[in-house]
Design a protein around this ligand. Structure first.
Ligand code: GP9
Ligand code: MN
Length: 628
């Protein structure tokens, strides 16, 4: 007698149901996953289902006896995955990643304490397996009960439907989930712990393949290109900030159009406008970030390499070897830290900062964050700066540090009491709300610099402020056009990618401030800063140049291939005249730069995908530069 499909899959369904519930219970009891609303809880609840249907569904290709054995085996393996993550989480407050599994120092930490990390309640994880084994032993076997092709097709279609239903809900809750946000917690929360591991595995294997194919010859070619494009640094400014602490402040979503600009007669950034009068201020300075947003800007600043065209290099290539700022500065006695009051795993920062050789990362756990002192994405900037300066006081000096602000982040939420300027009136709620949060950030900054003075850190530091990336996307062009009083053409869109860069050197720039119109980008921060600190970087593989260099080539490439020169802007295949904002007659005049922009971006990509800096050899490079 043929068995009905339901009875064929009853064991499979029981296993799926038990593992589904078990996973959810583990989510709720072993991990600390933040849930903000009912929808997020619902997604968390359903997210293991699609994967479990798939994996157990493979059993449908076997006859009943083997099928049930397969299902029990799979349950055991998945239970191990759960347990491994639970134990790892108890120690690291994070989910396992493949590179972490092979990072011996991480595991070394864990090794000694692994026994103490197991809890008696972990034994409960085997309850469902015991039930399955008992059912398996009890049930009579029907030899002919293999699933038909049609039944299998229907089953997998159902699993696919569940998967897309889950993904659809997650996309609405968290747009660009897979391309933009690489917080492990967000991934687990939305696509399940299991699918997260698959995703992680795919990224890892792609990366390993690219790395395996690369050799040191590839680096030599790139070195030649970089050396040919290097300009001499400004000798007058070389070493002007020698031995000073470096305080970089990443200004969240801060575009240059707010600087020296008013809304309803009130300055939007009064403090910054003031500080500019005592600093070097670059008014034609662009961000060069891609999908990795803040993390991309950090990557550019520390390495003077471009971020990737897709994905976030902080996530995809955190295991690479780099010669980043902390490492270069360590050779000159510097201690390096990051201050950022967010989850350490956001943008995979905890792992990447190890590769960049930071000495310490002060993440959210170093801060006192409460409902009262938070808004939007977390700790308010004023509180952040306040608490950071308390921590900064005790750092070994000289130090290199980056502070990453957060309040001026989409959706630009702000408490009434913190609003110092009115919202704008336009059809874009986003742009309207942007101004009060920028104004708030400016106020927070003011207090921070005062604090540095009180703490005696100011005089002996160089303070660099820069916008990390745009805050207002092209979706708000109409409202932006209304504010700026001009139509936002593709040319203007590129100009809106300008972010402020302010270099403040107490005792130097207050005496001789300067507004500089040289075209530059985030990639130039590192060589510029190193020259001010009196550190040679001509032996480094870096794409930027000293912004103060007498013969700095005015050519800045954005991550999408657009570029800006002294008199032209190129974007979307059209070459514009900067003076008029109109396409130039002689379109071919941009051609040589188009090729160069492509070449530059692809060389940088090659370094990252091939992990080429592992072939970087200080001595060989020194010999090379002497020969030239
Ligand atoms: C989060 C902060 C903001 O930690 O860096 O990230 P963003 O969305 O701007 O990249
Ligand atoms: Mn940002």
């Amino acid at each position: 007698m043929r068995k009905s499909f339901i009875s064929k899959v009853s064991f499979l369904f029981i296993a799926t149901l038990l593992m589904w519930l078990k996973t959810y219970v583990v989510y709720k009891t072993s991990f600390n996953i933040k849930i903000e609303n009912f929808m997020q809880e619902f997604i968390l609840f359903i997210n293991p289902l699609s994967f479990l249907l798939f994996i157990f569904g493979i059993g449908l290709f076997f006859k009943e006896k083997n099928r049930n054995r397969f299902i029990i085996g799979t349950s055991i393996i998945l239970t191990f995955v759960l347990l491994a993550n639970m134990v790892f989480y108890r120690f690291y407050n994070d989910f396992l990643t493949i590179p972490v599994l092979f990072q011996t120092n991480n595991m070394g930490d864990l090794g000694s304490s692994i026994n103490s990390l197991f809890m008696p309640t972990d034994m409960l994880l085997i309850v469902d397996i015991v039930i399955l084994v008992w059912l398996y032993k009890r049930k009579p076997i029907h030899a002919s009960s293999v699933a038909t092709r049609k039944e299998r097709a229907a089953y997998f279609l159902f699993a696919i439907a569940v998967f897309f239903f889950n993904l659809g809900l997650s996309e609405t809750e968290r747009p660009q989930l897979l391309t933009r946000s690489f917080d492990r917690e967000v991934l687990v929360k939305n696509i399940s712990l299991y699918n997260y591991h698959i995703y992680d595995g795919l990224i890892q294997s792609k990366q390993s393949a690219q790395r395996a194919l690369a050799d040191s010859n590839s680096l030599t070619e790139i070195e030649n290109y970089v050396n040919a494009n290097r300009t001499d640094t400004n000798q007058k400014l070389a070493g002007i900030a020698k031995g000073r602490n470096v305080i970089l402040v990443s200004l969240e979503s801060t575009q240059n159009f707010v600087v020296n600009q008013k809304l309803n007669g009130k300055e939007i950034t009064p403090y910054l406008n003031d500080l500019i009068k005592k600093s070097y201020y670059f008014e034609n300075f662009y961000h060069q970030t891609g999908q990795g947003k803040t993390a991309d800007s950090e990557f550019i600043v520390d390495n003077s390499l471009y971020p990737l065209g897709r994905g976030a290099v902080f996530f995809t290539n955190a295991g690479n070897e780099y010669t980043a700022m902390p490492e270069i500065l360590k050779g000159h006695g510097y201690y390096s830290t990051i201050f950022h009051a967010n989850n350490k795993s956001f943008w995979n920062r905890d792992i990447m900062y190890q590769s960049l050789k930071y000495d310490k990362f002060y993440d959210v756990q170093s801060y006192n964050v409460t409902d009262e002192n938070s808004v939007g994405w977390g700790l308010k900037d004023k509180e952040f700066f306040e608490q950071t300066s308390a921590l900064m006081k005790d750092l070994p000096q000289p130090f290199y540090t980056r502070l990453i602000t957060l309040t001026n982040h989409f959706p630009f939420e702000l408490d009434e009491e913190d609003k110092m300027i009115d919202e704008y009136h336009s059809n874009s709620r986003t742009l309207n709300r942007y101004f009060p949060t920028v104004r708030y950030q400016d106020e927070a900054l003011k207090r921070f610099i005062e604090k540095l003075k009180e703490d005696g850190l100011y005089e002996n530091s160089v303070i660099v402020l820069y916008g990390d990336h745009y805050g207002i996307s092209e979706n708000h062009n109409e409202a932006m056009g209304q504010f700026l009083g001009k139509e936002i053409t593709p040319f203007e869109e590129v100009q809106l990618q300008k972010v402020p860069l302010v270099v403040h050197i107490p005792g130097v720039t207050d005496k001789q401030p300067k507004t500089i119109d040289t075209v530059g980008g985030q990639i130039d921060i590192r060589p510029t800063l190193l020259n001010l600190l009196g550190i040679h970087s001509s032996d480094q593989v870096q794409f930027g140049n000293d912004l103060f260099s007498k013969d700095k080539k005015e050519f800045t490439v954005l991550r999408d291939g657009s570029f800006i020169t002294k008199d032209k802007v190129y974007t979307d295949g059209i070459c514009y005249d900067k003076a008029t904002g109109q396409p130039v007659k002689d379109q071919a005049s941009c051609e040589p730069y188009v090729e160069k922009a492509k070449e530059e971006l692809s060389y940088s990509d090659e370094i990252i995908y091939g992990d080429l800096l592992r072939f970087y050899d200080n001595d060989r490079l020194k010999k090379n530069s002497k020969k030239q």
